[in-house]
Each structure stands twice: as C-alpha cells, then as structure tokens.
Design a protein around this ligand. Structure first.
Ligand SMILES: Nc1ncnc2c1ncn2[C@@H]1O[C@H](COP(=O)(O)OP(=O)(O)OP(=O)(O)O)[C@@H](O)[C@H]1O
Ligand SMILES: [Mg+2]
Length: 269
C-alpha cells in the first residue's frame, strides 16, 4: 500500500488522524461447495471513494463483510490500514462503520437512541457530549426533526439517512455503504450521493460503496470495480467505465430489453 497521502478529519472534534487504506488480495470465499468470491484483488487508497457494482448475488455484500471482519476468507487476505481485517484487534484500532443494506436499525428504540447506542456502549463521551454528537450527525443528514421518532415512523429514505447518521456518530476512518440508494427516488438518491461525496471531501473518510446505481458510480467515485459471478471483471476509473472492453461488463451497464423474448409473448395471451 502506498504512503497515506491524506488524513481523516473527525467531523466532531476536527482532530486529524491518518486516513486508512484497504487491500483485498486474491480473496476466495466458498459457502460449502458454492464459490461466492473467486480470486478478487483490488485496493482502495486512503481517502478514496471506491464504488463496487455488480448484479444481484454476485458477492458484493459478502465482500464488504470481509472488510469489516464479519466473514473470514476461505483463502487470500483482506487488510485495513495494513492490518488483517479478520483480526479482532483491527476493529479496535481502526474505526470502521458499515451502513447495512437494510439499515439494521433497532425498531424498539427512537432514532436518537439508535444513534447514541455506540457512543454510550463505548463510553466515548458523557451524556451531554453524546447529545452534541448525535444532534450534529442528525443535522448533517437533515434529520433534526426525526430524533424522537421510531424507525417504523420513518420513510425508506429517512431510514437510509438514519443508518448513515448512526455510522457517522462512530467517527469512522473507513465508511462502507451497502446499497445506500436502492429503493429511493432519484432526488433522494442524488441527495444521498451528495452526502457520501461531502463526507469524503470534508472529512476524507476512505469510502467503499456497493451499489447498482451507475450514475452514483460515475458521479462520485474515484475508482470503480465490477463484480460478476464472484470475479472482478472491471477495475478502473469512472471515465474508463464509459467504454468497457469486456462485453459482459458492457451488457451489465447497458442492458438491452428484448421485447421479442418468448417469455414476454406468453404474457400477451
Ligand atoms: N452466509 C451465507 N451462507 C451461504 N451462502 C451465502 C451466505 N451469504 C451469502 N451467500 C450467498 O452468496 C451469494 C452472494 O451474496 P451477496 O449477498 O454477497 O450478493 P450481492 O451481490 O450483495 O447481491 P444483492 O445485490 O442482491 O444484494 C448469494 O448467492 C448468497 O446466497
Ligand atoms: Mg447485497
């Protein structure tokens, strides 16, 4: 991994810490006989936004889970800040936050308590300090009025933003988002994309985003990877993504709807 060129600025204390890099080296993962990830290698430089795309079931979420140590490689290695991602100590030494695909909020707790959970458990500050951090994170995500609501009272877009706010309260050096714009309308998707880009620009948090959203990849990423059938078929810049050489990648990015498909004909009867 190259020398870290930048630092992460804590959104709350504004203290600067070195930004961290991520390296995935020849990663293979099987569940039983089913090979989900096949020799995947790429690295994300400190302070970079990397967008990982790919069809449903291609292994994107499984790959993210390896980076935060929730899955262990069958072979190969994942490092965060040059430390083994699978090691418990790494999660103590590097602050990383994963925004889960389904939000993973606690339904029995208010938005405020969902956000305060991590700092309370880790005794990061006293209650007044925690309130300040939580309200600041809610403000960044335009959620000040949602603090006392329960997750069941929120729209899908609000839940996504609460999940991001909760990750932000952890003051991460590495942010991972799993499908942050799925199920959102185009305006809300653009807002979430802006938030991700702003967090990276202002705080230089190393960011990995899993998404099907081609516009998001083209607009906010420094580099893009495309995973298909567990293999990384494309690794390059957003500009290179506009002219992919691999036909499988081109088909994924520009799917053609075949109205002559015999399956559609059956629907007409
Ligand atoms: N714990 C597990 N045990 C067995 N199989 C698993 C497990 N986790 C994931 N898989 C399988 O691995 C494959 C990849 O799953 P993954 O969740 O990574 O897909 P994905 O690319 O994130 O898809 P989507 O875009 O639909 O979220 C799927 O076939 C899934 O069923
Ligand atoms: Mg997934």
């Amino acid at each position: 991994m190259a020398e870290a060129p930048s630092t992460t600025r804590n959104p709350f204390t504004h203290v600067e810490t070195p930004a961290v890099g991520v390296a995935v080296e020849d990663l293979c993962k099987s569940f039983g006989t089913f090979e989900v990830l096949k020799h995947v290698s790429f690295s994300v430089a400190p302070g970079e936004i990397f967008v990982l795309m790919g069809p449903s079931g291609s292994g994107k979420s499984v790959l993210l889970k390896h980076i935060v140590g929730l899955e262990l490689p069958s072979s190969g290695r994942v490092t965060v800040d040059n430390r083994d991602a699978a090691a418990e100590e790494t999660r103590e030494q590097v602050r990383m936050a994963l925004v889960f695909q389904a939000g993973a909020l606690f339904n029995s707790m208010t938005v405020y308590d969902n956000l305060a959970l991590y700092p309370r458990e880790h005794r990061i500050a006293d209650e007044a300090g925690i309130r300040e951090k939580v309200m600041r994170a809610l403000q960044i995500l335009s959620l000040e009025n949602a603090a006392e609501k329960f997750p069941s009272e929120l729209s899908g877009g609000m839940k996504k933003r609460v999940a991001i706010a909760r990750a932000l309260v952890m003051e991460p050096q590495l942010m991972l988002y799993d499908e942050p714009t799925s199920e959102l309308d185009p305006v809300m998707s653009a807002t979430i994309a802006e938030i991700i880009a702003t967090l990276k620009d202002q705080y230089r948090v190393t960011t990995i985003v899993v998404s099907h959203d081609r516009d998001l990849a083209l607009n906010i990423s420094d580099r893009v990877g495309i995973l298909m059938g567990g293999e990384l078929l494309f690794l390059g810049t957003p500009a290179e993504l506009r002219t992919p050489t691999d036909p499988r990648v081109a088909d994924f990015l520009n799917p053609k709807i075949d109205l002559q498909n015999p399956r559609f004909k059956k629907l007409e009867t």
